[in-house]
Each structure stands twice: as C-alpha cells, then as structure tokens.
Design a protein around this ligand. Structure first.
Ligand code: BGC
Length: 472
C-alpha cells in the first residue's frame, strides 16, 4: 500500500515497538493486505460467480430475481405502508407520495427484543403486527379508510418466486427464529396481520438492497445501477437485463430489466479467492452461522469489532500488548467476552487523531476496564483497527467493481446508492472505496458516483408496493 500524506490507507507509525512487536504486527498486517493484483483477481472471480448465479439456483452467489419490474420515475403518487425488518430495530411507516418527489412520512421505530430474534417465528411476526397495530392507532388511521398496500423490506436471503412470494433460505446477522427457514415470509407476515385484523395487505416483499436501489433510482433515475448496504450486514442489488437472468426461463415482462438481489454476503464460501486469516476463522467458528456469509464476515459492521478483538487477544496471549497494565483476575474479563469490542469503537479509534490517542484510551478505560495502557499499546490497537477497516472497504469496493464490470458501466458511468453505518460514519470508508475503484478502473473510476441513500428500506419498500400494484 502506498503511504502519501492524504492516503486513506496510511497506517499509523508505532513508536517504541520492540522488535518482536514490530515483526508480529508486520505479519498480521500482511495477512490483511490486499494488493491491487489481488483485488483485480477478486473482481474477476466475482464476475464469474455472478454469471453462475444468473444461470441457475443454489449457487453461492444466489443472484435472486426480485420480481421488481419497472423503474420508479419520480412521478409516483399514492399512500402505502412500509415495514422494515433486518437489524436492531423494526420500523413501520405510512408514506404519502405526492407529485414532484415530495413524500409525507409518518413513522415509528421499535426495538426487536433478542428473545424474538431467536424464539419462534410466529412470536416475532406477531410482535411486528402488534407494532403496526399500535402505530396505526397512534396516527389515527381508521379501518373504514380501506386496506393499505404494504411493502415489506425483509433484509435476509429470501428465494423469491414473485414480488409477493418468497421463502427464507437462512437467517443472518444474529437472527435465528425457529420455523421460518423454507417458509413463505409473506404468508407468515400476512397471517400475523390478519390475526390482529390489521387493514394491510403485503403486496411486495423486498430486500433492503433492492429498496435502496429503488429509492436511489427514484431520485436519479437515469444512471442508478446498484443499491448496497454497508452496515450491520452487507449486500448489493443491481439492475440486470431480464434476458441475462437465464434461470428465469420463459418469464415474460414488458420491462427489459429486473433488480437482482445478489446476496453477496455468501460470496466465495468455497474459499477459493478470499484471503482468510486465523482471526476470521475464529470469528466464524464461534458465530451463530459458521461457514456461512464469509464475505459479510470480512466486511460488515456486525463483525469488524470482533475481528479486532480476536487480534487483540492474540497479541495479549503472545505477551505483546498491555504489558504494563496492572493485571489481576478482572483485568481482561470484559475483553474476553465474545462481541465485547463494539465496531463503533473501531470507528472511534480510527478517527482518533490526537497524539496521545486519548479517545482510544477512553475506550479501554470506560468500556473494557483496562487501565494504564501505554501509548505504544494504543498505537498498536489503532493499527489493528486500520488494517481491519481497510480490508473491509477494499472488499466492498471489489464486489461493486465486479457488478460495474459485468454491466459494462464504467465508460458510460453509473450511480450507486449506499446505506449503512459503515458508509455513513466509518472514517475514510468512502475514500477507501474510491481509491480502490481507481486501482481497478484507473481514471474511469471518476465515472462512478456514490451517494448516501438513507432510508432505502422505507421509501424503497413503499415504491416497490406502488410498482407492484401498477404492474399487477
Ligand atoms: C442479508 C441480506 C441483507 C444484508 C444487509 C445480510 O445479512 O443476508 O439479505 O441485504 O444483510 O442488511
């Protein structure tokens, strides 16, 4: 990696490192490094996997047709409900689309308690239905006003067979609710809504990446190509020519294109191309879904903190970190716990520009009860955060570059709608994506436009519902 002053890949210098610390860190850094050559190989492999997934089902890169037909024009009108489930919170919105892309939004967020994420699926969906019920009462929606069309953003891998039909392939991101895998999500959801007599009909089931792309296309409908989530989880969706989606067989449509949800989190489960470190293997082995979502586990916010924690533990065990810390029975109690290192702190530490790394010190003292760290300790930890963060952004860029290459969109230019905390808040994430595009595409990388597209899963779900009804 080059190291100029403005380089988003510049790693911190570690003062006063011992020879052993320097050697071990150099070795770890190498394991996380992705040369331009390696990135190019990953991009090529990604394109090959896209082709395989478009040919037939049950491929690693699932390439799931979304059955979202047509592009939003920005002229949509109507009032619909949108729901979003896929992370810490569940959200419900009532959206009124007016002409000239004006949208009136009423919405409410509810925390999804952990017991519902891992209990029976009916409990989870009944809880969601209760939230919708509460919301409609709060905003004073009356049943006599009619049944609302509902777009449901469900951010997990779902094998869709129609815009309003799809079975869950497997859970991700810490969800494990029993009785959902292999079941039609729309049927389950509608069942719960009906049991509560809620005046809503699920007309569209979409992935959050599909929603993000729709919301992005709604604003910039000419060159929007990809919608991507770089947050707790990660994934991408893009506009594909229907004639290229071979596995759709004789499917007929007036539209030339359909959005495909790639489910890129599962890319390279065969471990043919991605360089996997022992720290990733430990995370994977201890996760709820071992041997699944490999790409996601290298990139997304749910996992970066845990990778950093694994490296820190390794350095502690080799007696290379926190040597001056007063060590008693409780010192490492916190950091020994799985998931104890929040990705927000990785971000805080990367952002810490103070010469004494004061914010890094606070993270260790306030949240992990580790006191009297040396500056060298903190610099080492900062470097660890940097190498994990850089790898994440470079791999995200590789996936995007794969799609852009496959669609031949680099010369004509294209626009990517991105949502998620990594893209929005993680220091340098966007610059790292852009620099990686430059390595792959040279100056043509200027033709790639990146735009934060907040709330794709709300606006996007509502647009999907409007399009579904229009094209029914
Ligand atoms: C899921 C995807 C989703 C992504 C971002 C992944 O874990 O498999 O369906 O799009 O997270 O939320």
């Amino acid at each position: 990696m080059a190291t100029t002053a403005l380089d988003p890949f510049k790693l911190i210098d570690i003062e006063n490192a011992t020879e052993e610390q320097a050697l071990v860190l150099e070795d770890i850094t190498k394991q996380f490094e992705l040369s331009t050559q390696k990135i190019t190989e990953i991009v090529q492999h990604y394109v090959g996997e896209m082709h395989k997934g478009l040919e037939k089902n049950n491929h690693t890169l699932a390439m799931i047709p979304s059955f979202v037909i047509g592009k939003p024009t920005g002229k949509e009108v109507g009032t619909v409900l949108a729901m979003d489930l896929g992370g810490t919170n569940f959200r419900v919105c009532l959206m009124e689309f007016k002409e000239n892309t004006e949208i009136n939004i009423k919405q409410q967020k509810y925390r999804v308690p952990d017991e519902f994420k891992t209990g029976k699926v009916n409990m989870l969906f009944d809880y969601i239905a209760d939230c919708v019920d509460k919301f409609l009462q709060e905003i004073g929606y009356e049943k006599k006003n009619g049944i609302l069309d509902l777009g449901f953003t469900f951010s997990f891998p779902v094998q869709q067979t129609a815009i309003d039909k799809g079975t869950l392939l497997h859970w991700t991101k810490g969800f494990e609710a029993e009785g959902a895998v292999g079941e039609d999500i729309v049927k389950l959801m509608q069942g719960s809504l009906n049991r509560r007599q809620i005046p809503a009909r699920v007309v569209a089931l979409i992935n959050d990446t599909v929603g993000t792309l729709l919301a992005h296309a709604y604003k910039r409908h000419t060159d929007a190509l990809i919608g991507v989530i770089l947050g707790t989880g990660t994934n991408g969706a893009y506009f594909e020519k229907i004639s290229h989606i071979k596995k759709l067989g004789t499917f007929q449509s007036k539209s030339e294109e359909m959005i495909v949800n790639m489910e890129w989190g599962a890319f390279d489960l065969e471990r043919k191309i991605l360089p996997i470190t022992m720290f990733d293997n430990k995370l994977d082995r201890e996760s709820l879904n071992p041997r699944a979502q490999l790409f996601e586990k290298l990139i997304s916010g749910m996992y970066l903190g845990e990778i950093v924690r694994n490296i820190i533990l390794y350095l502690i065990d080799r007696d290379l970190l926190f040597k001056c810390v007063h060590f008693d029975y409780s010192t490492f109690k916190e950091i020994n716990k799985q998931w104890a290192f929040d990705t927000v702190w990785v971000s805080t530490i990367e952002a810490d520009q103070s010469s004494n790394l004061d914010d890094t010190k606070i993270v260790f003292e306030k949240y992990l009860n580790i006191y009297s760290t040396s500056l060298t300790d903190r610099q080492i930890v900062k470097k660890v955060c940097q190498i994990v963060g850089i790898r994440s952004a470079r791999l995200g860029a590789a996936g995007l570059a794969g799609v852009i290459s496959h669609r031949g969109a680099i010369k004509t230019g294209c626009s990517i709608g991105i949502d998620g905390s990594l893209f929005e808040f993680y220091p340098n994430f966007e610059q790292r994506l852009k620099s990686t595009f430059h390595e792959v595409f040279g100056s043509d990388a200027e033709n790639i436009h990146l735009e934060l597209t907040r709330d794709g899963s709300g606006v996007g779900a509502a647009l999907a519902a409007i399009l579904a009804v229009k094209h029914a």
